[in-house]
Write a protein that binds this ligand. Structure first.
Ligand code: HEC
Length: 261
């Protein structure tokens, strides 16, 4: 066996060990949660990017449905430019909300229309008000939700699509709670926020529950990882660089050894 064959064998063995390790990890992950249905996301895989239509429709669902209970506090209105809204559209969106500013010359705080640079305005002033409006339950901020839950996108999609009217025999649903197959413990305080035709799409996409869930999940995943596309582009460049680098080193090695023979 010459040196080259040995190195190739060693590299293959290492790759197998690394891949094997990943496999074991995801198998463990699957055990301790309800089985989620894996969706085909536009942003998965190393070449995956966020589908622009889904992002825009997803924002529409967040703003028309989820935003009455959930904040998105890490996002500013101007971030919407990254998903295809024009500056004029963003100005208009921001101006629908009011933020507290000040103090003015008299030392008073005052309300003014939101600007592009303001963060998304939260539906409630604080956690106490949020709980008081939701039977004591707290609608969490959704900015990082897609990262905060295991298999975030599949989980959010499952949560939104798997409310069931029929409760399994022997299960008692507490007052003010709803049966959901995916939520831990299967009882959630949030009433199913989506169904077929909850919102009407301007681009003619069919407004099914599944489409709504997919769109808003894609939007929330972008909100949690807006840098993902850039990260992947860089990753591909690094891999290309390494391939070229390796080829050059191999050529160099050949040249040097040829002289020594
Ligand atoms: C009427 C208020 C209301 C609306 C509208 C609403 N939610 Fe909720 N949501 C809640 C409450 C309350 C909770 C907390 C549930 C609990 O603690 O049982 C919650 C929890 C959640 C969670 C967290 C689940 C977890 O694992 O902790 C997610 C994700 C979520 N909502 C997504 C959404 C999305 C997406 C929309 C819009 C399509 C939406 N919600 C609309 C009230 C709402």
């Amino acid at each position: 066996m010459n040196l080259n064959t040995k190195i190739t064998l060693l590299c293959s063995a290492l790759t197998l060990i690394v891949l094997g390790g990943l496999q074991v990890k995801s198998a463990y992950g699957a055990e301790d949660s309800v089985k989620l249905e894996k969706q085909d996301w536009s942003f998965s895989g190393i070449f995956g990017t966020y589908d622009r239509g889904e992002l825009k429709r997803g924002y529409q669902i967040y703003s028309e449905v989820c935003s009455s209970c959930h904040s998105l506090e890490y996002l500013a209105y101007r971030n919407l430019e990254e998903i295809g809204f024009s500056e004029a559209e963003i100005k208009e969106i921001a101006a629908e909300y009011e933020v507290k500013d000040g103090p003015d010359d008299e030392g008073e705080m005052y309300m003014r229309p939101a600007r592009q640079s303001d963060k998304f305005v939260s539906p409630y002033a604080n956690e106490k008000e949020a709980r008081a409006s939701n039977n004591g339950a707290y609608p969490p901020d959704l900015s990082l939700m897609s990262k905060a839950r295991k298999n975030g996108p599949d989980y959010i999609y499952g949560l939104l699509t798997r409310y069931k009217d029929e409760v399994p025999e022997g299960m008692e649903i507490a007052d003010g709670m709803n049966y959901n197959e995916v939520y831990p413990g299967q009882q959630i305080a949030m009433v199913a926020p989506l169904e077929d035709e909850t919102v009407e799409y301007a681009d003619g996409t069919k407004a099914t529950l599944q489409q709504h869930a997919k769109d808003v999940t894609t939007f929330l995943t972008w909100a949690a990882s807006p840098e993902m596309e850039e990260r992947k582009r860089l990753g591909i460049k690094v891999i290309l660089f390494l391939v070229i680098w390796t080829a050059m080193l191999m050529a160099l090695k050949k040249k040097i050894w040829a002289k020594l023979h």
